[in-house]
Write a protein that binds this ligand. Structure first.
Ligand code: FES
Length: 187
């Protein structure tokens, strides 16, 4: 376990926008005051989204302080769920399941193809900061093995062609967003 050096002066309100705080407060209000742990996942999701798609020790600490739960409870949630990233990641995190069903049905080939196409290894991010590849435990889509998840969408029964299509679709989204930014910059 990480040996945190907690700074008791950290406060979520100093680290996040008022909108993000309001969103977390909304989740807290859904539960009776004595039930402090259920909003942890939602709070971490909000925090991660507002921090460029990853969590830091300081942010996890601040969430614990804000929800009034033990720091370890927040850390356990953040490390248990593969949707949380504890290091800086690319804009599109490609999570490949390599648990038993997916392994038996070719997860290794999926990983190899992605690594070759993106020229990075598992756990790495492309130089342009667009893609990260990571491996994850079973995502409960074993019937569609091998599978991956990216941008909150599951892709199942993967083949090299399907993977190429997924990468093309992401590249198209990226190109579109670059063009939009250029147009806005000119206006
Ligand atoms: S083993 Fe891959 S989704 Fe279950």
């Amino acid at each position: 376990m990480t040996d945190f050096n907690y700074d008791q002066t950290l406060h979520l309100k100093n680290l996040l926008s008022p909108d993000a705080i309001a969103e977390i407060d909304g989740w807290i209000k859904k539960y009776p005051p004595e039930r402090k742990r259920p909003p942890i996942i939602a709070a971490l999701k909000v925090v991660q989204e507002h921090n460029g798609n990853y969590l830091t020790e300081e942010l996890m600490q601040a969430v614990a302080e804000y929800l009034d739960v033990p720091h370890i409870a927040v850390y356990e949630v953040a490390t248990f769920y593969s949707m949380f990233h504890l290091n800086e990641v690319g804009k599109h995190v490609i999570s490949v399941c390599n648990n038993i069903s997916c392994s038996l049905r070719g997860a290794d080939k999926v990983i190899e193809h992605l690594q070759n196409r993106l020229n990075i290894k598992v756990g790495e991010t492309t130089d342009d900061g667009v893609y990260t590849i990571k491996t994850v435990e079973c995502m409960a889509a074993c019937g569609g093995a091998p599978m991956l998840e990216v941008d909150k969408v599951y892709h199942e029964n993967l083949t090299e062609e399907k993977i190429d299509q997924i990468l093309s679709d992401i590249a198209a989204v990226e190109l579109n967003s670059k063009e939009m930014s250029n147009v806005e910059a000119k206006d």
